[in-house]
Design a protein around this ligand. Sequence first.
Ligand SMILES: NC(=O)c1ccc[n+]([C@@H]2O[C@H](COP(=O)([O-])OP(=O)(O)OC[C@H]3O[C@@H](n4cnc5c(N)ncnc54)[C@H](OP(=O)(O)O)[C@@H]3O)[C@@H](O)[C@H]2O)c1
Length: 270
Amino acid sequence: MNYTGRRALVTGASAGIGEAFAVALAEKGADLVLTARRGERLKRLAANLEEKFSIAAIVIEADLSDPGSPQKIADELRKLGADVDILINNAGFGLPGAFENADWIAHRDFIELMLTAPAHLVRLFLPGMQARGYGRIINVASLAGLVPAGAGHTMYGASKAFLVGFSQALAAENETTGVNVSALCPGFTYSEFHDVNETRGIVARLPKFMFMQARPVAVGALGAVESRRTVYVPGRWNKFVACLLRMAPRDWAAALVKRQVRNFRIASKS
Ligand SMILES: NC(=O)c1ccc[n+]([C@@H]2O[C@H](COP(=O)([O-])OP(=O)(O)OC[C@H]3O[C@@H](n4cnc5c(N)ncnc54)[C@H](OP(=O)(O)O)[C@@H]3O)[C@@H](O)[C@H]2O)c1
């Protein structure tokens, strides 16, 4: 894997898995476009990676729950004459609680960030990749997109299942274009995710073997997209869970998830 001369756009690069992608891509020589809302963090990361790996990094501050943001990012890059060869659709968060606990604006912003923005960014950058005969797209989904959904975080599993299906269809459409597409399906990963959605207290009670660091998740996903693995589940534990729930009868898998989620979430009302 050598990405020298390639440029990668990473959404949600200011923390967690997105930041790990930015570091792993820079190590492999990729120039970067880093986007998220917290510009100061992005600028610090960009300066650090430019110095350490002699790459060039562009910072674009954007809120991807704003429907105009993907086009704004594309317009800014066009002005700079900067193509995107690698797209990492990573930005995301979780809305804890039952569906009716959040107002519609919160759900609408969630849908915009988790489903619409990734699809819009693909629509904006895929034609250029196809024309140049080279592209890599990683949509950061989740194990939650592969298993039956339980109560709470109502739209989360559905949004990630969308990204899995979307990636599978894109991969099939691009078999001969030089554009590889993968859905990354991590399980619990150390990042700011559970601090942002205020479930850190409850997930801290889970055994450590269920968690991965962000770096192996990102590095594994880059390997997967290179080898055209369309759906990639990092880590042995996550692979075991995905495999168990895929092979189990549907009703049994749904009942198991329902029970685990009840045990896990009821105390936290998450
Ligand atoms: N951590 C896990 O256990 C886990 C498991 C499975 C899947 N995932 C998925 O992995 C992805 C990355 O999450 P993470 O764990 O790395 O969480 P994280 O540390 O909280 O990082 C989330 C990133 O998304 C960005 N973001 C959030 N809302 C945004 C918005 N409205 N506009 C633009 N950027 C926004 C954040 O940047 P700003 O706040 O600066 O905007 C941040 O850079 C998400 O899609 C998540 O669903 C995480």
